[in-house]
Design a protein around this ligand. Structure first.
Ligand code: ATP
Ligand code: TZP
Ligand code: MG
Ligand code: MG
Length: 271
């Protein structure tokens, strides 16, 4: 993937302004909507079982996030996911906190089974737990990394038969056959809640405008990391509050020149 292709997909998001249907958690709802708007996509949050099939069916992508899951919302996710699958709308999944409690782990695995998930994004422990491995996680933060993240991403993609995005200091995006390793971002992202969740929705925005979903996911992760780096250069010293505001600004301002000068990634075979 050329750097100008990443910028081209960002331009497409801004031009097409895709509708992104999010069924997400109560912590990150506002940040996610503002981040998608800043980038150039059009967010909607809709949860009622009476309307989710209709909304998912007209969206450019559906993003499911189990951060503050409740049985009724999980049922809405299944209804929305099935409607999206029927209409060919890509479903992007963030298994927040999978592995922290049995309910989260079981729900994440159930959604993977009942729905065709196009892309799953999480920290290493979440992806490991969805894929049947038992990496430790406390709450929603991954903490210490317990193993080889590249191998984990590839084996999870093969096992779950989907595109896997594992984020952390480096990000891995793989379909189990080839992989992008992306080195952008900044550690201050871990001090602002919802930066993983917003990334999952940003992947949804890119997946809405590009059929090659491996490329879409890699472009989204790279764009996001570069925007964070620029914001951190200006405001990381001031702390997470100033960074968060500037990060929204940079999702709005980031351009081809920024991507060309700052993006750092390589493509590798996955074997
Ligand atoms: P966690 O709850 O474990 O923080 P998360 O779901 O919030 O997980 P992250 O893995 O933190 O998601 O990823 C969110 C963004 O932060 C990604 O763009 C990722 O590249 C970036 N990121 C996370 N940790 C670092 C780090 N140490 N250095 C640079 N970028 C990072
Ligand atoms: N608790 C439940 S969901 C959530 C918290 C703190 C937000 C997690 O956001 P992220 O993007 O995984 O940091
Ligand atoms: Mg986080
Ligand atoms: Mg998360």
């Amino acid at each position: 993937m050329e750097k100008r292709e990443i910028a081209g997909l960002l331009e497409k998001v801004r031009k097409e302004n895709p509708l992104i249907h999010n069924i997400t958690n109560v912590v990150v709802t506002n940040f996610t909507a503002n981040g998608l708007l800043a980038l150039g996509a059009s967010p909607v949050m809709a949860y009622a079982q009476e309307e989710v099939a209709e909304m998912a069916g007209i969206a450019g992508s559906l993003v499911l996030n189990i951060g503050t899951l409740l049985p009724e919302i999980v049922q809405s996710m299944v209804i929305a996911g099935k409607a999206a699958n029927e209409q060919g709308v890509p479903v992007i999944f963030d298994p927040v906190g999978a592995g922290a409690t049995a309910y989260r782990t079981e729900t994440a695995r159930r959604l993977m089974e009942e729905l065709e998930i196009a892309i799953i994004r999480g920290n290493a422990a979440e992806i490991a737990n969805v894929a049947g491995e038992n990496w430790s996680i406390r709450g929603v933060d991954s903490g210490e990394i317990a193993g080889d993240v590249f191998k984990l991403a590839v084996s999870a993609a093969k096992k779950l038969e989907t595109i896997v995005v594992v984020t952390g200091k480096d990000d891995i995006v793989t379909d189990g056959r080839s992989a992008f390793v992306i080195h952008n971002g900044h550690s201050i992202l871990t001090r602002v809640t919802g930066t993983g969740c917003l990334l999952t929705s940003v992947i949804g925005a890119f997946a809405a405008v590009e059929k090659d979903l491996l490329k879409a996911a890699a472009a989204a992760v790279t764009t996001y990391g570069v925007a964070a780096e620029i914001a951190a250069e200006k405001y990381a010293d001031r702390g997470p509050g100033s960074f968060q505001t500037e990060f929204l600004n940079q999702l709005y301002l980031i351009n081809e020149e920024d991507i060309s000068s700052k993006s750092k990634y390589e493509k590798q075979g996955a074997d």
